[in-house]
Design a protein around this ligand. Structure first.
Ligand code: ATP
Ligand code: MG
Length: 569
């Protein structure tokens, strides 16, 4: 794995969003003695997705811009859903995006003892009690948005009794579901989260790091503020759904009298044609709708990496969508636009034929080969040129030939001359068909005076097509991807259905027997995608490719729907 290069802070260029404004004001007022400490706190219960990238870029970005630190903290307080595999993948993904947590990697599970001690402190202070109600009974007494809740009959038991029961919960004396530890706040609060919320529960499950050392586990709303506090986080940036939890976040830290990080909420990223909850992504994986978390159709970081999206374009995307206080949905086309813009600048151009049709140049000497000079990247002259072999037999795209051309079709057809990119002008003279009448070969003549693709007599052709020499072609498999969900909003389904009803049955098309120019056989895994001229960007699949047997994933087509829409508007 290559060393991550931290993105250069581009403070000046970036419009100040409301979170950055708060950080700047705090620095100006010296609220935190000049410190900026943020954190990215994933729960290791799935792979990261593009939504997480927004949070990662925001948290790591703010730290980098302000000479601060960003902690990577695994919020691993629920042993039933978490695994080491996820811990590993999360680190790989954050690094791939270009960020570096240095030595600041933490696990909430490392704080289990401290969290326990803080819970004991709350019980002693009369701020928490052990409750013998079941989860269902607690729910029934919770009240509604318009009616207050009912106090637990155990709410006023003595601190001594609660301390004893809590110790016995920890010792494993009670079954799951029989006891909880609850904060003692206010059952009449208009905020349901403040109605004596459960802060510890019994779970007789093995934790991926602490094993069987614990059988009681803290709830998120208790563990999170304290973890932030222990680490000296200054700005605890989270998504909007935690706004209603902020009073509890503040209550916990206030009652304990410990370092009080400021929670700030921003709008989560939503993308069209995508689902972005780990629970749903896990369903897609478990139920075999995709090949895995890293299926190139998945909105996971590992999926888009395998597809060929670049970390540069993802950071660019995250900075363009901005950070706001209200939820919105970003058009998937904008994400693709960022990918195309980066790849257009940097991708080498090569020629590959996806659906080959054989062309025989009848006036070209048998057995002869010559090299044609091709430009690697017209956007970047420094990229130079390469030699592409040309011979008597070539492959072109089936689509670039029509025996009976429709109106406005300017590519190859009997009697017409076209340009082979970097090659020669050719004219089609004859069509060879199989027994079923399918065209299997076209026979052409070339004009030797047009080498390089220019006619010295100024003759014009209306089309330039790509090609590959048959004798030198590398055989490949190419996978074409479309949206995993056909519907713009996959979660909108009629009663009784679910989001998988909106899966796009045509999201994957596998082409075998594709013919690529020899240089495409030399592409190494891990680089950036290549532009197949006229077709799109393609990325060598790092998993299914074998030496001499490349598999390419289509990263994106060349049509930029987003840019077109912007121009029209
Ligand atoms: P999901 O809802 O997809 O299951 P999560 O919020 O449960 O995700 P966490 O592991 O808790 O996943 O997320 C880690 C951090 O990433 C949190 O701070 C969370 O707010 C943030 N995050 C998650 N989804 C998004 C999103 N779509 N846009 C921006 N930030 C997000
Ligand atoms: Mg979460």
């Amino acid at each position: 794995m290559t060393e991550p290069t931290p993105p250069t802070p581009d403070n000046a260029a970036r419009p100040q969003d409301f979170v950055r404004k708060i950080v700047a004001e705090d620095l100006a007022s010296n609220k935190w003695n000049g410190a900026v400490v943020t954190r990215f706190p994933p729960e290791p219960n799935g792979y990261l997705h593009i939504g997480h990238a927004k949070s990662i870029c925001l948290n790591f970005g703010i730290a980098a811009e302000n000479n601060g630190r960003c902690h990577l903290r695994f919020d691993d307080t629920n042993p039933t859903k978490e695994e080491m595999e996820y811990v590993e993948s999360i680190q790989e993904d954050v690094r791939w995006l270009g960020w570096d947590w240095g030595t600041d990697k933490f696990f909430a599970s490392d704080y289990f003892q401290q969290l326990y001690d803080y819970a004991v402190q709350l019980i002693r202070d009369g701020k928490a009690f052990v409750c013998d109600l079941t989860a269902e009974e607690i729910r029934q007494r919770r009240g509604t948005l318009t009616e207050p809740g009912t106090e637990s009959p155990f709410r006023n038991r003595s601190a001594e009794e609660s301390l004893d029961l809590f110790a016995r919960m920890r010792a494993g004396e009670f079954d799951e579901g029989t006891h909880t530890l609850r904060a003692r706040i206010d059952m009449t609060s208009p905020n349901l989260n403040m109605r004596d919320p459960v802060i510890y529960r019994i779970l007789k499950a093995t934790h991926h790091r602490t094993g069987d050392a614990w059988c009681i586990y803290p709830m998120y709303d208790f563990a999170h503020p304290i973890s932030d506090s222990i680490e000296g986080i200054t700005h605890s940036i989270c998504t909007l759904e935690f706004e209603d939890h902020r009073p509890l976040y503040d209550w916990v830290l206030r009652e304990l009298g410990i370092h009080h990080s400021q929670q700030i909420e921003f709008a989560r990223l939503n993308l069209t044609n995508t689902v972005m909850s780990k629970r749903k992504l896990l369903m897609l994986v478990r139920d075999g709708h995709v090949s895995g978390w890293d299926d190139p159709r998945m909105p996971t970081i590992s999926g888009i990496r395998r597809r060929g999206y670049t970390p540069e374009s993802m950071r660019d995307f995250c900075s363009r969508i901005g950070v706001a206080k209200s939820d919105s949905v970003v058009d998937f086309a904008m994400l693709e636009h960022c990918v195309r813009e980066d790849l257009n600048r940097r991708s080498p151009r090569m020629m590959g034929v996806l659906r080959p049709l054989r062309v025989v140049i009848t006036n070209y000497p048998e057995g002869q080969t010559e090299m044609c000079e091709a430009v690697n990247n017209p956007e970047d002259p420094a990229d130079g040129t390469r030699q592409v072999p040309f011979g008597r037999e070539l492959f072109i795209e089936q689509d670039d030939f029509r025996e009976v051309p429709p109106p406005k079709y300017f590519r190859l057809t009997p009697g017409r001359e076209v340009r082979l990119r970097y090659g020669y002008f050719i004219t089609c003279n004859e069509v060879v068909k199989d027994a079923d009448g399918n065209v299997v070969e076209v026979r052409c003549t070339y004009d030797p005076a047009t080498r390089g693709g220019d006619s010295p007599d100024g003759r014009k052709v209306k089309a330039t097509i790509h090609w590959v020499s048959a004798a030198h072609a590398v055989d490949a498999e190419v996978r074409l991807y479309d949206h995993l969900f056909a519907a713009e909003f996959p979660d909108n389904v009629p009663e009784g259905g679910d989001f998988t009803d909106n899966l796009n049955p045509a999201s994957l098309e596998v082409l075998t027997g594709c013919k690529l120019e020899p240089a495409l056989g030399e592409v190494k895994p891990g680089g950036i995608p290549v532009q197949f001229e006229r077709l799109g960007y393609f990325h060598l699949d790092p998993i299914d490719s074998a030496p001499g047997k490349p598999v390419f994933n289509r990263t994106a087509t060349l049509k930029d729907a987003w840019q077109r829409a912007q121009k029209k508007a």
